[in-house]
Design a protein around this ligand. Structure first.
Ligand code: IPD
Ligand code: CA
Ligand code: CA
Length: 255
């Protein structure tokens, strides 16, 4: 099944790659939240193909599904282009992300960056891989030696809290990155490039593909209060596990 999903995502990646190098129609969903014709095309392609493989599943795509509450099981979350702002500006940090959730847990996750040609995938209990090579989180055990990634929501209503966290994280780590695609931030954590990634106000399609990849690479993913992240929360911390507690302590002091 993972191979079938990966093949579909690879094909979808061809559409994204074509769009990356060509002119696009850009529309605004919000003041700074963009969508292009290639987001829609890629999403329609994925929905059609995945529905054939999973006929009884509900498929939720960022651009074409109604907002609201989503089923907790037998659901597939699609982000046709994670990193749309990067896509529009020509930053090659973009991905197609698909997460297949069975009984409230993600069973399969596939994230593909078609520009760098990196295919990340994982199935529960079977490990995580990038282009066929096994992924493993870093073994860095101290926050001050850690590279930490984050992202910022389009809606800027919790900025004071985010800036305070940013300030404390800057003081306590080797550095912060904001690359602009949550799914890839999760994959880079799985790969041991980032030691930890945190973000607030994410949508299920940003997270569903990547969370299982982190866990299958030996990492942990929790809510901001340290409890297990089971897709019911829009904020998360993903890490190698070794620096998680130290990071949670920082957040606890801010509250
Ligand atoms: C966004 C990216 C970004 C994150 C935002 C997401 P989009 O997704 O993942 O890194 O910081 O919160 O909304 O809009 O490019 O699919
Ligand atoms: Ca996204
Ligand atoms: Ca998107």
């Amino acid at each position: 099944m993972l191979k079938q999903i990966s093949d579909i995502v690879l094909e979808a990646g061809c559409i994204v790659k074509e769009g990356f190098y060509s002119a696009k129609n850009i529309n605004h969903k919000g003041e700074v939240d963009l969508v292009t014709d290639f987001d829609i095309r890629t999403e329609n392609f994925l929905k059609e193909k995945l529905q054939k493989v999973f006929p009884s599943f509900t498929i939720i795509g960022e651009e074409t599904s109604a907002e609201g509450s989503y089923p907790a099981e037998n659901v597939i979350f699609i982000d046709p282009i994670d990193g749309t702002t990067n896509f529009v500006h020509g930053v090659p940090f973009v991905a197609v992300s698909v997460g297949v959730i069975t009984d409230s847990e993600t069973k399969y996750g596939v994230v593909y960056n078609p520009i760098l040609d990196e295919l990340y995938s994982a199935e529960t209990g079977k490990g995580a891989f990038c282009n066929g090579s096994p992924l493993k989180v870093s073994d860095n055990a101290s926050l001050i030696n850690s590279l930490v990634a984050t992202g910022f929501p389009y809606k800027k209503d919790n900025l004071p809290y985010l800036m305070k966290v940013l300030e404390e994280v800057l003081k306590s780590t080797q550095g912060i990155r904001r690359a602009g695609a949550a799914s890839l931030d999760l994959c880079y954590t799985a790969k041991g490039i980032y030691d930890l990634y945190y973000e607030t106000r994410l949508q299920p399609w940003d997270m569903a593909g990547g969370i299982i990849i982190v866990r299958e690479a030996g990492g942990i993913v929790t809510k901001l209060d340290g409890r297990y992240h089971d897709m019911d929360d829009d904020s998360l911390i993903a890490s190698n596990g070794l620096i998680h507690k130290e990071f949670l302590n920082i957040l606890n002091e801010i509250k």
